[in-house]
Design a protein around this ligand. Structure first.
Ligand SMILES: C[S@@+](CC[C@H](N)C(=O)[O-])C[C@H]1O[C@@H](n2cnc3c(N)ncnc32)[C@H](O)[C@@H]1O
Length: 153
């Protein structure tokens, strides 16, 4: 079963849609996901899909798609904020961030994505990657807002 497991909307900004495979249930990772989801002042939605199959929700067009993939680009938080900020300023309505399960993403999904984003070259468990992504999305929005949460190194 797929379904939306959270929706917090506030302010006018690009809609952040996290699409993640696998059930997070009640877990330490779920607590982290919820913590950053609640802090985000941009509209954010989390759609959970089964490990395989499931229906990918219809996009809000125009859309940009980011695949979380260890073979993707290692970007600094500021670089990611620049990209997301540009998409917002260009009038994108949705930026979706897709996390795979044990087998990752298909070659077709990789080819169709606008950005492959890596959190380093190591392979992380998908639930940890989900928590890390929510933190990065929060960080990105604070960078764009000039909020002091992010302290550039
Ligand atoms: C256990 S990993 C899948 C590994 C799989 N061997 C593959 O080919 O991608 C599950 C998911 O977590 C995310 N993930 C794991 N490590 C990552 C990393 N270093 N950077 C970005 N995402 C990562 C990706 O979305 C990945 O599809």
């Amino acid at each position: 079963m797929s379904g939306s497991v959270g929706f917090y909307s506030e302010g006018c900004a690009i809609f952040l849609h996290v699409i993640a495979r696998g059930k997070i249930g009640r877990s330490p990772e779920a607590e982290l996901v919820e913590r950053y989801e609640k802090r985000l002042s941009w509209p954010v939605k989390l759609t959970e899909l089964p490990e395989t199959g499931g229906r990918i929700p219809e996009p809000q067009s125009p859309l940009k798609t980011v695949l979380l993939d260890e073979k993707g680009k290692n970007l600094s938080s500021e670089q990611l904020a620049d990209i997301v900020g540009r998409w917002r300023d260009d009038g994108m309505r949705e930026a979706r961030f897709v996390l795979g399960a044990a087998d990752g993403h298909s070659e077709q999904e990789r080819a169709e994505a606008d950005l492959l984003l890596a959190f380093g070259k190591a392979t992380w468990p998908h639930l940890m990657a989900r928590a890390m992504l929510m933190e990065q999305l929060y960080r990105v929005t604070t960078i764009l807002a000039g909020h002091p949460y992010h302290r550039a190194g």
